[in-house]
Design a binder for this molecule. Structure first.
Ligand SMILES: [Ca+2]
Ligand SMILES: [Ca+2]
Length: 370
């Protein structure tokens, strides 16, 4: 080869690279996502080889706090046949795995691993030991020198009868294993829905998961909250009084939603009457001229029936008589003393009957009690 030919050859190598001209010899682990709690899942060990091989061996390094190697299974596509036998799993406590396929030792030596790229050599069966989401590496190693068997540098493809290695041409592969999310939280407990006036309040017991993010509240099966609820109570306004609504709550963490809580239902309703105000004869929540007029009609005309007789006892003394109407007119128009309680705030002290008998006086709608 002339000097010029050497230069041309070197130029071709630069342009195309070794991978373009020859299959690389390398082991590699495919990127893979596992989940917390997974058992018996397979991590794929693959290789690119540039020629037929008679066996292989490898070492892996991994984090034993995250993964536990349970087995290694030769892929039958690359190592089928009676003369093939796989090695033992040497699974050391510090996270090193050593493993081998014993090549075809007996004549005729005709079992070979064909050259190829992305060739699946083995499935490394693992249990996930991590309990929270994490990432870890599983790295083919060629320099592990364990005290236990087998000794020597590994990640080799044995070329012939296992007595010769081609490890200088090997390239390490690397994987990041990401354990996925934790399991969803437990379903919330103690869910209680309570109806109000055109609203329902839902409350529940707090979940205890460390990675809890919040809760979703479901009204008749449809999510009622627009953003994740971080507390343990939820108000659901805009409901129709008299209609029943049923609620469930789901806890949320990175693993998703819990199952539905037990259901709790409530029917919103207008609040009951909120009391009564002294001197408000016509029970409209206001004190004005219509009230002494109503009293006079009750006393002298008989065409007015008060809902709450006690309210007409405007001066709070004795019985309902003309002095009460005079008292109220004096208060309204002459700067007289105000009525005694309940006034101006409402109360339920008054009764339907002046002698204290009957139900407590209440407005039909509490909102007028101002
Ligand atoms: Ca009134
Ligand atoms: Ca009176």
């Amino acid at each position: 080869m002339s000097k010029r030919d050497v230069l041309l050859c070197a130029a071709a190598f630069v342009v195309f690279g070794p991978g373009a001209l020859f299959a690389q010899n390398r082991f590699f682990i495919e990127d893979q996502t596992l989940k917390v709690g997974d058992t018996g899942v397979k991590i794929l060990l693959k290789a690119d080889t540039d020629s037929d091989r008679y066996g292989f061996a490898f070492a892996l390094k991994y984090d034993p706090a995250v993964l536990e190697v349970k087995d290694v299974l030769v892929d039958p596509g690359v190592a089928a046949g009676a003369d093939w036998s796989h090695g033992e799993v040497f699974n050391s406590p510090d996270g090193k795995l050593h493993w081998a396929v014993v090549p075809d030792l007996n004549p005729p030596i005709d079992k070979v691993i064909k050259a190829g790229t992305g060739l699946l050599f083995a499935n490394i069966v693992v249990d996930v030991k991590a309990t929270v989401a994490t990432t870890t590496d599983v790295t083919p190693q060629d320099g592990l020198q364990p005290n236990d068997k087998p000794a020597g540098g590994w990640t080799n493809i044995m070329t012939f009868k296992g007595d010769s290695t081609v490890h200088p041409t090997l390239q390490k592969g690397k994987i990041t294993i990401q354990t996925a999310t934790t399991p969803p939280p437990a379903k919330p407990t103690g869910v209680v829905a309570t109806g109000g006036d055109a609203t329902v309040n839902v409350k529940w017991n707090a979940n205890t998961e460390a990675d809890l993010q919040g809760y979703n509240v479901y009204r008749d099966g449809a999510k009622a909250n627009t953003t994740l609820v971080t507390g343990t109570t939820f108000d659901d306004p805009g409901r129709t009084n008299g209609q029943q609504y049923c609620y469930t709550v789901r806890a949320v963490n990175p693993g998703g939603e819990s199952p539905d809580s037990d259901q709790s239902c409530a029917t919103p309703a207008a609040a009951a009457g909120g009391g009564w105000k002294r001197c408000d004869a016509n029970a409209d929540g206001k004190i004005d001229l219509s009230d002494p007029v109503g009293m006079l009609h009750y006393l002298f005309v008989g065409d007015f029936t008060p809902a709450c007789l006690g309210a007409l006892n405007c001066d709070g003394k004795g019985k309902v008589d003309l002095t009460d109407a005079v008292f109220l007119l004096a208060f309204e128009f002459q700067g007289g003393e105000p009525p005694p309680a309940p006034f101006p705030a409402c109360n339920t002290d008054l009764h339907v009957n002046l002698d204290g008998s009957g139900d407590a006086c209440k407005y039909a709608n509490a909102s007028i009690c101002q």
